[in-house]
Write a protein that binds this ligand. Structure first.
Ligand code: 3AT
Ligand code: MG
Length: 340
């Protein structure tokens, strides 16, 4: 469908901006919610150190990188057992044991998933109803959480954009990688990439800057990047785009501009790669590579691989709907975020 880039009158964008910023403020977790999450983490930690005194218990995911939005009180926890083999079988066995241990410790709805791609135990902390996902030695997730957290520190527009996009994705029911749409982590990478692509750029590419001040190798993956973000404060200040312009740019890109046939979004390089460069041109098993988002560290991992023909259609329709609503309505927010 034809569209006119930049067609929105300035006054309308300014009004929308005000509404969007108010919504971002409303979506921030309250201090009480953060406290409940902290209490849950401590309850879990004390259950785990009894069994593994040498373990470390890390928080990762959105509660650790400032990108959580309220009423989504899940926390992601990683049990780090130094010296443990990192193969999926061993992790699966630990997950089974964890399940028993957490039940004995009084946790509720304990569900161990030892055979998942990333073995996990899901449960609810009885005292305060916080939902928890525990994984074992999930070091890549700890490192990618830190990368996202470092990007968040660089320009406040990233947090704002992620907040709106995540909220939209939940409302429109396109935020479930188990059901063939995209994970929150994937949407955040899409937002970072968009801000790397703006002219002038709002975000740098931390993995191309030298020297790599953070260095860590996880299995076969080198996770080095420049993490001295204090030195990069003000990087994006030459770009004056407002949140409403960026929200529009996000949906415009994914509705009409993205080259779904060939392009791979790569935060690692700050640009686009091609599917042939990645050898993501054909279906292998259940991995279809219809929408390609490269994981910044685990380079064989396409975060869009869960999208199939049907959900690809759903996603595309939702991106177009959002872009049309933003383009056509004078006051689009309610319609944009209408529950599916
Ligand atoms: P929510 O606020 O919970 O929706 P989140 O950022 O916590 O968003 P998830 O709960 O989906 O995102 O995932 C938690 C973390 O797990 C984010 C990232 O560090 C890691 N992670 C999730 N999915 C993947 C993946 N496919 N590959 C690598 N790491 C992942
Ligand atoms: Mg999470």
């Amino acid at each position: 469908k034809a569209y006119v880039p930049g067609a929105k009158p300035k006054a309308e964008l300014e009004a929308l901006d005000k509404e969007l910023l108010e919504l971002v403020a409303e979506l921030q977790p309250t201090p009480e919610e953060r406290q409940r999450q902290q209490d849950a983490l401590e309850a879990v930690r004390s259950a785990l150190v009894k069994r593994w005194p040498e373990c470390k218990v890390h928080l990762f995911g959105s509660t650790a990188n400032q990108l959580s939005i309220c009423n989504n009180n899940d926390i992601d926890v990683c049990l780090e057992l130094p010296g443990l083999p990192t193969d999926a079988n061993t992790k699966g066995e630990i997950v089974e044991e964890l399940g028993d241990l957490l039940m004995e410790a009084g946790m509720q709805n304990v569900l161990p998933l030892p055979k998942a791609r990333v073995p996990v135990v899901k449960f609810v902390v009885g005292d305060n109803s916080v939902k928890v996902d525990i994984t074992v030695n999930n070091i890549l997730a700890i490192v990618n959480t830190k990368l996202l957290a470092d990007y968040v520190k660089l320009d406040e527009r990233l947090l704002q954009l992620c907040c709106i996009v995540k909220h939209w994705a939940k409302r429109r029911q396109v935020n479930d990688s188990y059901r063939g749409t995209l994970s929150s982590y994937c949407y955040v990478l899409m937002c970072i990439h968009l801000l790397q692509q703006r002219q002038p750029a709002i975000l740098p590419c931390l993995q191309s800057l030298k020297p790599a001040t953070f260095q860590r190798t996880v299995g076969q993956w080198m996770c080095d990047y420049y993490d001295d973000v204090e030195q990069l404060k003000g990087f994006g200040s030459a770009n004056k785009e407002s949140l409403s312009e960026l929200v529009w740019a996000f949906f415009e890109h994914w509705a009409w501009k993205h080259d779904y046939n060939n392009a791979v979004v790569s935060v690692r390089t700050g640009g686009f790669l091609t599917k042939s460069q990645k050898e993501w041109t054909r279906r292998v098993g259940n991995e279809r590579h219809l929408v390609c988002i490269e994981d910044p560290f685990e380079l064989t991992h396409d975060l869009g691989r869960t999208v199939d023909r049907q959900t690809n259609g759903v996603l595309h329709k939702e991106f177009e709907r959002a872009a049309c609503v933003l383009r056509d309505l004078p006051s689009p927010l309610e319609k944009l975020l209408e529950p599916y």
